[in-house]
Design a protein around this ligand. Structure first.
Ligand code: GLU
Length: 475
């Protein structure tokens, strides 16, 4: 991963384990339990043939279960040309910590298929995805009770719908079949707000950070999120929704966007919606009229800014560029964007990092809501919405009767409103991100040995995992 420790190149999973070790070293935990927490329980590798244009092609994929102290084990499936077993295991372990941090009662899992989706037609992708899903079901790595995938890099609701349908045909007797995957299209059992959830969760995390004046000051930032100058790497699903909200609702200036083919900058701030439309149309950020383009995307990470949001791949900030990063706050919207060695350098340079396992946990949080919705077979808010509206109308009437005045328009609107599914999902997500931040902050403040949010986040997660191992025992 372009990083090394004592001249040894660290793999992604070693990097994650080193971070866990650092947290374990500030806790007094049984070494056996520490080893049990870090170990990846099981990983399968499947290779399967699919006929494409009359020719047989063999595809390889993995699904790893890092922990099953809680079931189902949860985590996305990525389709990418550079997936490997170590990466999938590292991402599965991050899922374990992530779920523990945000109190999502799942174990950690992850999957990957080695493929470049841009080289295949929709029909081919459907065949390949369905075949991969069949392999996972047959090997016990896909079911609503034990292992529930979700979208990740290179996959989305389309793939999730195919996977669900494949599972349904193999298990028509399973009344909870819709819960075998999350991130489905809303009309096929998905939940409103899942697509935007990871990006929105990133923004809720940033807003909570800025509500904590002491943390903002410690980071060397001026109070208030409005007007902050932000660099975003990756305008995929996570980066797009996060940047769009920051641009449109928080009055931030997105001064640079880094994509695969380079970086565009505009000191007055880029309009995220316009950039997205340009990418959709031209398949590149090059030529975007309201920004300056440079092919040197890596240099984009080194632009001076208040907040840097890596929202693309792992291992983007390594020991090779960590010294050149000129920001006060790094928000890890991607999984593992900062390597262990880089983390060390940045920490010593006094740069604050909000870690991936907390920052991007909004996706799995709303996946949890979707799974609960699938198991309860009813949309959130369906029973109470009109009742709440009626109660609101009665309150307005009562107020008017008691005061003899007519309620203002905004009061009528706000009080006579029953929350729908999207409102409830966003409320649950916001609550989760705020609570988890406060849990991290509490251990940060209580334990003098903890000097960074990443260690704090791992301590929160590991404490919960240790408790779970002690309660259940090891058999
Ligand atoms: N792929 C997402 C992640 O890395 C979502 C996982 C899920 O919803 O299960 O967190």
């Amino acid at each position: 991963m372009g990083d090394n420790n004592n001249n040894k190149t660290l793999s992604f999973s070693e990097s994650v384990n080193f971070m866990a070790d650092r947290a374990m070293s500030v806790l007094d935990i049984d070494p056996g339990i520490a080893a049990a927490i870090k170990a990846c329980n099981s990983t399968i590798k499947v290779s399967f043939p699919v006929e494409i244009n009359g020719k047989i092609e063999v595809f390889t994929g993995w699904r790893s279960v890092h922990s099953d102290h809680r079931l189902p084990a949860k985590g996305g499936i990525r389709f990418a040309p550079i997936v490997n077993e170590d990466e999938v295991e590292a991402l599965a372990s991050l899922m374990t910590y992530k779920c523990a941090i945000v109190d999502v009662p799942f174990g950690g899992s992850k999957g990957g298929l080695l493929i470049d989706p841009s080289k295949y037609t929709r029909e081919d992708m459907q065949k390949i995805t369905r075949r991969f899903a069949r392999e996972l079901v047959r090997k016990g790595f896909l079911s609503p009770a034990t292992n529930v995938p979700a979208p990740d890099m290179g996959t989305g609701e389309r793939e999730m719908a195919w996977i669900t349908d494949t599972y349904k045909h193999l298990h028509p007797e399973d009344i909870n079949y819709l819960g075998c995957v999350t991130g489905k299209p809303v009309r096929h059992g998905g939940i409103r707000g899942r697509t935007e959830a990871t990006g929105r969760g990133v923004v809720y995390a940033i807003r909570e950070f800025f509500r904590n004046a002491d943390d903002v000051e410690n980071a060397g930032l001026k109070p208030g999120l409005g007007g902050k100058r932000i660099v975003v790497q990756g305008l995929g699903n996570v980066g797009f929704h996060a940047a769009k909200l920051l641009d449109e609702e928080d009055d931030c200036k997105i001064i640079a966007i880094i994509e695969r083919d380079g970086v565009i900058t505009n000191d007055d701030g880029l309009c995220i919606q316009d950039v997205r439309m340009h990418i959709n149309e031209h398949k590149t950020i090059k030529g975007f009229p309201d920004g300056k383009f440079s092919e040197d995307g890596a240099a984009g990470l080194e632009i001076e800014c208040d907040i840097l949001i890596p929202a693309a791949m792992e291992a983007q900030i390594t020991k090779d560029n960590a010294e050149n990063i000129k920001t006060k706050l790094i928000i890890e919207a991607a999984n593992g964007p900062v390597t262990f060695a880089a983390d060390d350098i940045l920490r010593h340079r006094g740069i604050t990092i909000l870690p991936d396992a907390y920052v991007n946990a909004g996706g799995v949080t709303v996946s949890y809501f979707e799974w609960v919705r699938n198991l309860s077979h009813i949309r959130f808010g369906r029973m109470e919405r009109r009742h709440d509206e009626m109660r609101g109308a009665h309150m307005v009437q009562a107020l008017e009767t008691m005061t003899g005045k007519q309620a203002e328009e905004w009061m009528q609107k706000e009080l006579v409103y029953g929350a729908d599914e999207l409102d409830l999902v966003r409320s649950g997500l916001d609550d989760t991100m705020r609570n988890s931040y406060q849990q991290m902050k509490e251990v940060y403040n209580e334990n003098k040995k903890i000097t960074d949010f990443r260690t704090a986040s791992y301590v929160v997660a590991i404490n919960k995992l240790v408790r779970s191992y002690i309660d259940i025992g090891v058999y």
